[in-house]
Ligand binder design. Structure first.
Ligand SMILES: *Cc1c(COP(=O)(O)O)cnc(C)c1O
Length: 341
C-alpha cells in the first residue's frame, strides 16, 4: 500500500464520479452548447454570489485569465511572496499580462491593510508602475494551507473597492478554508471581483478550475480563455466530475484536516523533526532537525511506502486528500514514529 502524501492533485476519480462523467450530456462549449459545463459554471457562480462562471483546464489558467482581465501591460499586481501566481505559474504575470509584481513578505501567506498600503504605488508618480490588482490566496499553499483572517480580508477588500483597485482570490482550496471557518461562500464572493476555484485538488476531480465574477469581467475572461487556448469542446465529461465533486466531496474535507493533525502529532514525537506547526487545513510543512536533511527523510519515507515532497533542504510537505484513508493514516503514524536516524 502506497501512502501518497505528495499533493491533493494525485486523487483518482472514484467509480461514482466516473459514472457521473459517463452519464454527462455534452456539446460544443465554444458554441455554448455544452449543458454540463453551463451547469457547473452556474452552480459555482451561484454558490459565490457571482453572475457567471468560466470552466478552464487548470487553476493556473484561471488565475492568469483573471490577472489579464484586471490589468494592462505596465500595471502592477500586489500579492504575498508565497503566492502561487508568483511562485508556480512560470512568470505568467509578466509573460501573459506584461504586468509587474510587488511582493509582500509574510510567512503565513497573508498581509494586513497596512502592509498593502505600503506596497501600493503613487499613481501620480511617473516613475512607478500603476498598482492595479491585489491578489489573495486562501488557503495559502506554500505557507502550509493557512486560512486568511476574515477581518484582514474585509478591510483590504473595502479599501480596494473605495480606491479603485481590483481584488482577486486564488481560492484553489477555498473549500478547505470554508470547511473550518463555516463562512458563507457568498460572503467570500462579495469581498472579491473574481474568485478562482480548483476542482482538481481536495475536491478530487481529475481536471479543471472555475473562475467566477461579474458579467462584464467574465465576458472579457471568456475572450481571454479563447486566446490562451483554453476554450474546450465536449468537456462536459470533465465538468460532470466537478459537479459530482461539489455535491459529494465538500463535506468530507474536514476529515482530511483531522487526518493531517494526526500526522503532525506523530511527527512532533520524533527526535528527527524540528518545527512541526499545527496544520489549519490539509497541508503540513515541517522542518527536519540538524544535519539529517529532507532528502534522507524522503528516502526513508519512500522505503516505507510513504511519498512526500521536499520544499527546501530541510522542509517536507504532507498533504491529505480523498485517496488517503483513515487506515493509511494509522499506518503512516506507526511507520513515522518508528523511523530512526
Ligand atoms: C494548485 C494551485 C493552483 C492551480 O494549479 P494548476 O495545477 O494549474 O491547476 C493555483 N493556486 C494554488 C494556491 C494552487 O495550490
Amino acid at each position: 500500500m502506497i501512502i501518497d502524501l505528495r499533493s491533493d492533485t494525485f486523487t483518482i476519480p472514484t467509480p461514482e464520479m466516473l459514472e457521473a462523467m459517463f452519464q454527462a450530456r455534452v456539446g460544443d462549449d465554444v458554441f455554448d452548447e455544452d449543458p454540463t459545463i453551463k451547469a457547473l459554471e452556474h452552480k459555482l457562480a451561484g454558490l459565490f454570489g457571482k453572475d457567471r462562471g468560466l470552466f478552464v483546464p487548470s487553476g493556473t489558467m484561471s488565475n492568469q485569465i483573471a490577472i489579464k482581465v484586471h490589468t494592462q501591460p505596465g500595471d502592477e499586481v500586489v500579492c504575498n511572496r508565497l503566492s502561487h501566481i508568483y511562485q508556480y505559474e512560470g512568470g505568467g504575470i509578466a509573460f501573459n499580462s506584461g504586468a509587474s509584481v510587488a511582493l509582500i513578505d509574510r510567512e503565513d501567506g497573508q498581509f494586513s491593510l497596512d502592509d498593502l498600503k505600503y506596497h501600493l504605488n503613487d499613481s501620480e508618480d511617473q516613475h512607478k508602475a500603476y498598482s492595479k490588482l491585489v491578489s489573495l490566496e486562501n488557503t495559502c499553499n506554500k505557507a502550509g494551507g493557512t486560512i486568511w483572517q476574515e477581518n484582514d480580508v474585509v478591510e483590504i477588500s473595502t479599501f480596494c473597492r473605495e480606491n479603485g483597485y481590483k481584488i482577486h482570490l486564488d481560492g484553489a482550496r477555498i473549500f478547505n478554508a470554508l470547511a473550518e471557518t463555516k463562512d458563507d461562500p457568498i460572503a467570500v464572493g462579495n469581498q472579491f471581483d473574481t474568485v478562482s476555484i480548483c476542482l482538481s485538488k481536495g475536491l478530487g476531480a481529475p481536471v479543471g478550475s472555475v473562475l467566477v465574477g461579474n458579467s462584464q469581467d467574465m465576458w472579457k475572461a471568456k475572450r481571454i480563455r479563447k486566446v490562451f487556448g483554453g476554450a474546450m469542446r465536449q468537456a462536459g465529461y470533465l465538468a460532470a466530475a466537478g459537479i459530482y465533486a461539489l455535491d459529494h466531496h465538500i463535506d468530507r474535507l474536514t476529515k482530511d484536516h483531522i487526518n493531517i493533525r494526526k500526522l503532525a502529532d506523530a511527527l512532533r514525537n520524533c527526535v528527527w523533526t524540528a518545527h512541526v506547526p499545527e496544520p489549519q487545513t490539509n497541508i503540513l510543512i515541517f522542518s527536519i532537525a540538524g544535519e539529517i536533511g529532507a532528502r534522507r527523510v524522503l528516502t526513508e519515507l519512500d522505503s516505507l511506502g510513504i511519498k512526500a515532497l521536499s520544499l527546501s533542504q530541510n522542509t517536507i510537505r504532507f498533504v491529505t486528500h480523498l485517496d488517503i484513508s483513515d487506515k493509511m493514516i494509522d499506518e503512516a503514524v506507526e511507520k513515522i514514529e518508528a523511523i530512526q536516524f
